[in-house]
Write a protein that binds this ligand. Structure first.
Ligand code: 0WD
Length: 254
């Protein structure tokens, strides 16, 4: 039997077929979930629609998370289409490339604000509108990185935004637990995606993981997808406010 049969799940952050959100969508769909994908702008609409067309019963809706009215409209459309929502996958982040190299101390005011708006606040902006649709209980999850816990070279303002995101997981979990809505995060090891292109010296980061991670290999998106499936399913019903590392153990080494 399928673990997510009858569950309706919103997936935000598919940019292309290498996106972590895309691997998550595969794992969710394989367990019978019905999915709604969003795209940020017309620039990526066609790409997301083509991918979504390969997933049975899925729909595609626009939503730039920096615009409140777009999240309002998304919520209305989800209510119309699904009625009840059971899950939300947040796999979105952005910082300007010039803030992802050099020194963190040089971060600009608007670069800091933009990174936090898209990478951290967006989780709350969407959660506050969609949790009322989770009338049968729900599961919300987001994507984070070790740079939230440690000062890592070049990750800079994104690390600070991820720390805000991880704190948001805990506050949202505390608020929404009374409605039987859980909120968790996955801290993934480095994966070569579009977002990773912005980070300087990404190759050397991958090499370090291969050498030092307990499992001696880099993270694959399917590994993240399967953990996301667990978090969306009732198997994880006792877990909220948690960040699970899916990084082949890299975070435990000194
Ligand atoms: O090594 C990695 N790739 C890791 C990524 C390790 C650990 C965590 N993560 C996180 C990222 O920080 C992000 O939160 O996983 C999440 C997904 O990232 P990804 O799959 O690596 O990257 P990508 O395929 O680029 O998806 C991120 C997408 C954007 O893609 P582009 O490249 O077009 O910016 O986030 C979306 C967009 O689709 N996005 C937005 N969506 C709605 N509104 C917005 C926005 N304003 N901005 C970005």
């Amino acid at each position: 039997s399928q673990l997510l049969a009858g569950k309706n799940i919103l997936v935000m952050g598919v940019a292309n077929d290498r996106s972590i959100a895309w691997a998550i969508a595969q794992s969710l769909s394989a367990q019978g979930a019905r999915l709604a994908f969003t795209y940020e702008s017309e620039r990526v609409e066609e790409r997301v629609s083509k991918l979504a067309a390969t997933i049975p019963n899925s729909i595609v809706l626009p939503c730039n998370v920096t615009v409140d009215s777009e999240i309002d409209t998304l919520t209305e459309k989800l209510k119309e289409h699904f009625g009840v929502l059971h899950g939300y996958v947040h796999s979105i982040a952005f910082a300007r490339t010039e803030e992802l190299e050099g020194l963190f101390v040089d971060t600009s005011r608007d670069g800091f604000a933009l990174a936090h708006d898209i990478s951290a606040y967006s989780l709350t902006a969407v959660a506050k509108r969609i949790y009322p649709l989770m009338t049968e209980g729900g599961s919300i999850m987001t994507m984070t990185y070790l740079g939230a816990e440690r000062a890592m070279k070049n990750y800079n303002v994104m690390g600070v935004a991820k720390a805000a995101l991880e704190a948001s997981i805990r506050y949202l979990a505390n608020d929404l637990g009374q409605f039987n809505v859980r909120v968790n995060g996955i801290s993934a090891g480095p994966i070569r995606t579009l977002a990773a292109k912005g980070i300087k010296d990404f190759n050397s980061i991958l090499r370090q993981v291969e050498e030092k991670a307990p499992l001696r290999r880099t993270t694959e998106t399917a590994e993240v997808g399967d953990t996301a499936m667990f978090l969306m399913s009732d198997l994880s019903r006792g877990i909220t406010g948690e960040v699970i590392h899916v990084d082949n153990g890299y975070h435990i080494i000194g």
